[in-house]
Design a binder for this molecule. Structure first.
Ligand SMILES: [Zn+2]
Length: 397
């Protein structure tokens, strides 16, 4: 799609009618970036790109990193999201049963997955990760009963659910399972491989966000080819200038989505665009490598380490923890880790050695409890409100 068409799409919203006033639209580089702050501070209706009667859905970002950002979708936007999944090598079809563990409040992936299943006639199971109705144990039980062929969820959820299954004596891959569709967190190649080894099936990644919608699904080699005709990706340095091809930089997304067009949106991700013809899959479009969010970059001992590099180090450890997190302070970087069966001091010092070597900075390693293991196999906490109570037990005596 040409720059002109992205500009025309953007001019359908009040936000861009104001923003692009007095700007020479022939000069693409003179168009200022749209920042997260622009979206947070804008009136939700100013971002709308269609008349109200064409709105199909409203979503919002979670707000974990600041004020939530609004996001409108037209019916056509939803259909285009469905096509992105349908045209991927996941090849979802009417023989699939998809267990959808993305949250069903406000976020977009759960609905994209649901709409896709309905489009092709696949079976759908809504097993919201954030709902009290479906704790992990319940989900494993549902899997045992229904044998889903595809699981759709966050990567961290896939890691956690695997260990819950292990605790419950489940064998992997579970019966009928053929793929995982993951979104919402960075998946470095080592992490992808780790999850594939746990579950015994291929992992596909869905790249996108609530603001932009789902944009790309990985090819069979795990690459995001830039094959979405309604999206333009630019990579710029910290001064806003385009970087040389093959260099890392800030991701800038333009999207001609009807419900909420975005023009040169600096989404705070670090990316790199490389030649796509080397991939070995059918696609020839350039590949976008995703290194995580800018705010997740660790600055320590004169080094800057992306979340991608952290994942590559963690998921190639000889002993990968079940849960982990990095805690950064001014005088140290701590790697907190939890194993299902606590490990001994030697294992911890090996991890310290491996991480320090891989990341090139000193790392403190601390074994800790991030999630109490007994919590993982809890029974559903939610029950319907009871209007009528039976006191039969009392009467029987
Ligand atoms: Zn490829």
């Amino acid at each position: 799609m040409s720059n002109r068409l992205f500009i025309e799409a953007a001019l359908r919203s009040k936000l861009y009618q104001k923003k692009l006033k007095n700007i020479n639209l022939e000069d693409w580089n003179s168009i200022s970036f749209t920042t997260k702050n622009d979206l947070r501070s804008a009136d939700a209706y100013d971002m709308l790109g269609v008349p109200l009667h064409q709105v199909a859905a409203y979503h919002e970002t979670s707000g974990t990193t600041g004020t939530p950002t609004p996001s409108w979708y037209s019916r056509k936007d939803i259909e285009q999201g469905v096509q992105i999944i349908l045209q991927s090598p996941l090849q979802i079809n009417e023989n699939d049963i998809v267990l959808n563990r993305f949250p069903f409040a406000l976020a977009i992936p759960s609905f994209m997955v649901y709409e896709t299943t309905q489009k092709v006639g696949a079976g759908h199971i809504g097993a919201d990760k954030a709902s009290m109705v479906t704790p992990d144990r319940r989900v494993v039980e549902i899997m045992e009963r229904t044998h889903p062929t595809i699981l759709a969820m966050l990567p961290s959820e896939a890691e956690k659910l695997y260990y819950v299954g292990m605790q419950m004596g489940v064998r992997f891959p579970t019966k009928g399972l053929r793929a995982l569709l993951l979104a919402g967190e960075l998946i470095s190649p080592a992490r992808k491989k780790h999850i594939e080894q746990l579950w015994g099936v291929p992992v596909y990644g869905l790249f996108g966000s609530t603001e932009t919608g789902g944009l790309f699904v990985t090819c069979e080699n795990g690459h995001y080819h830039l094959d979405n005709p309604n999206v333009k990706i630019e990579v710029v340095d910290d001064f806003g200038n385009p970087v040389e091809n093959g260099e890392k930089g800030n991701c800038v997304i333009s999207s001609a989505r009807e419900g909420m067009p975005l023009l040169r949106y600096a989404n705070q991700d670090i990316v790199q665009i490389v030649d796509g013809s080397q991939c070995g899959c059918q696609k020839k479009e350039p590949i976008m490598l995703h290194y995580g969010r800018k705010e997740d970059v660790i600055q320590y001992q004169n080094k800057s380490i992306t979340f991608y590099e952290v994942q590559e180090a963690v998921y190639t450890l000889h002993k990968v923890p079940f849960m982990w997190k990095i805690r950064v302070s001014s005088d140290r970087v701590q790697f907190l880790c939890q194993f299902i069966e606590p490990v001994d001091e030697t294992a911890i010092s090996n991890i310290k050695y491996e991480l320090t070597e891989k990341l090139g900075i000193d790392i403190d390693v601390q074994q800790t409890v991030i999630i109490p293991v007994e919590k993982l196999t809890e029974k559903p906490a939610y029950a319907k409100y009871a209007y009528i109570e039976s006191e039969r037990e009392v009467l029987v005596k």
